[in-house]
Design a protein around this ligand. Structure first.
Ligand code: FES
Length: 266
């Protein structure tokens, strides 16, 4: 197999698309299938505008939090209801765009969908179909650099999710309650925090622009902790997609009356 260097790009020019003989296409295929399945599920339940809240146990799905539509159950709307109740506006209109953009601009998801959808490149040592590589230096991909700001929004929304998970320990009659739904909500929010804190922007915010770690021992400790979590960012990205879907589906199933919440206390 002959190869020459392209004088413009400096890349090796080989006649074959790739010399790899393993199943390099499996990973981008599974990634695309997983992401599409999740987005489809999320879009369907988001626009159903029902089965998002269990009033008796104050279980509110993260897909509808904070619930700010005039169509929200008042008991689920802790931050006011001010969005018109029309079918094409999600009940969590304030949070969903930011959460979507936070994930869309995430360093890991960028890698995932650049490879699986944009094929740029689909795998290591596999040629991409695009003739030129422009990176993220031009519009629209230049917008990926806004990720840090979506991180700040995600922190606020994680606080709201935490509030929802804690509020669910108080039943509608004001007494303490503990059910499987509480454990699912709590587990989900802990993992959401882990994903959010493991963000590359968070790592940079904690440890960036410092010339001497020795002069900033607290930030050094936080940076070290975030760096360890950051090493698991890809796993957390997928785990939280799963826990979000499980949490949402469980609350939908209880709310719709398909199953009863497994009660431990109350
Ligand atoms: S890099 Fe993935 S959330 Fe920031």
């Amino acid at each position: 197999m002959s190869s020459t260097l392209d004088p413009a790009t400096g890349r090796a020019q080989i006649t074959a698309k790739t010399l790899r003989t393993d199943r390099w296409w499996l990973s981008p295929l599974l990634t695309a299938a997983g992401l599409m399945a999740w987005v489809l599920y999320a879009v369907i339940h988001t626009f159903m505008q029902k089965w998002y809240f269990v009033p008796e146990y104050n279980y509110l799905t993260p897909f509808y939090s904070p619930c700010v539509s005039l169509g929200c159950d008042p008991a689920a709307a802790h931050f006011g209801r001010f969005v018109p109740d029309v079918w094409w506006l999600p009940y969590a209109l304030v949070s969903l765009p930011f959460l979507g953009l936070f994930r869309f601009t995430c360093y890991y998801y960028r890698k995932a969908y650049y490879r699986s959808f944009w094929m740029s490149p689909p795998a290591c040592a596999v040629a991409e179909p695009h003739r030129r590589y422009t990176g993220e230096t031009r519009f629209p991909l230049l917008g990926q650099n806004l990720h840090r700001y979506f991180f700040y929004a995600a922190v606020i929304l994680s606080v709201i999710n935490t509030y929802d998970a804690l509020h669910a320990f108080v039943k509608a009659d004001g007494s303490f309650g503990l059910g499987l739904g509480n454990l699912i909500l709590l587990g989900n929010v802990i993992l959401l925090w882990a994903y959010t804190i493991s963000c590359h922007s968070c790592r940079s915010i904690m440890g960036g622009r410092l010339n001497h770690f020795s002069k900033h021992p607290v930030r050094y400790k936080i940076w070290g902790f975030v760096s360890r979590l950051n090493g698991k960012h890809q796993e957390l990205a997928w785990t939280t997609l799963a826990t979000l879907a499980i949490t949402d589906f469980y609350i939908m199933a209880v709310s719709a009356g398909w199953i009863s919440d497994l009660r431990i206390v109350g």
